[in-house]
Design a protein around this ligand. Sequence first.
Ligand code: SF4
Ligand code: SF4
Length: 306
Amino acid sequence: MSRMEDNQDPLEQARLDKETEVEIFKAVRSADDDNPVMPVKLKSSDMFCFSCHKGVSCWNECCHGADITLTPMDIVRLSKHLDIKPREFLAEYTVPDKWDRADLPVAKLKMTGADGKGACNFMTEEGCSVYENRPATCRYYPLGLASIKPKGSDQQDDFFFLVKESHCKGHDEDKLQSVTQYHDEQGLADYETGNRGWVDILMKMASWQSIGGPGGKEIPAQTKQMFFLVSTDVDGFRQFVLESKFLDTYEIDPEAVEIIKTDDIALLQLGFDWMKNVMFNDQTISMKQNVLQQATAKARENMGAT
Ligand code: SF4
Ligand code: SF4
């Protein structure tokens, strides 16, 4: 919980009063806006009929002109799959974009064609060529993932809903499964662990949007750039942590430093904890005492204190 929430800041109260529901993902791969989504909250035990296989008449249709925001874990897994660095992956396979509801930069999967409405670069006649490491959005489909935070609550509630697009004939198949079965079969647990901090930040920023940013203040462009680096380039962020003054500034357990040298999920967690501290003043990471004292002295000096 942030300090502002503890003190019932009026701006925070205004945000809470306005807050209703914030949707994080709509796992709708098609760019066709005419297709309605059925935002009916599903329980994990709810059953639905769906199957996607080469025999469906719409095979590969949804892999054209797909609107896919890449999560941090997507980029980690796809770069490894292709045996290239995340920054090479970014340059080759993504387009920079903005997640409007949070006013934060994201990377989207690039589609072929001058208008970006062509096939996905990974689509083949046989199906997805990166299937084992396909993005989370492709895994969730036809489930949409939403995250809501009821008025005045600190607890967010993630839930699924069914996305029924008219072109998708997978819904006519008779394979019956529960939401949990489908979720497990799609191997989503690792993605959700690695992406947790990223989702938290998008959600929190979206909830502040109506008043222009956390506490009514806009996030500086440099902080947004750092958020993008943490979200999209684990190698670049690792280099920053290990080679800048980061470790001289923050209290990071030496064992944790060793772990983040090779563990991308731990590095992402550190990165988003740091971002939560920078963006929202959340106590997710601590500055070293001497740095804190210097910063306090400097702030006093700036305020003209003796
Ligand atoms: S990554 Fe695979 S499943 Fe996702 S849009 Fe591209 S081809 Fe389709
Ligand atoms: S059944 Fe749905 S998910 Fe599968 S290829 Fe067809 S449109 Fe895509």
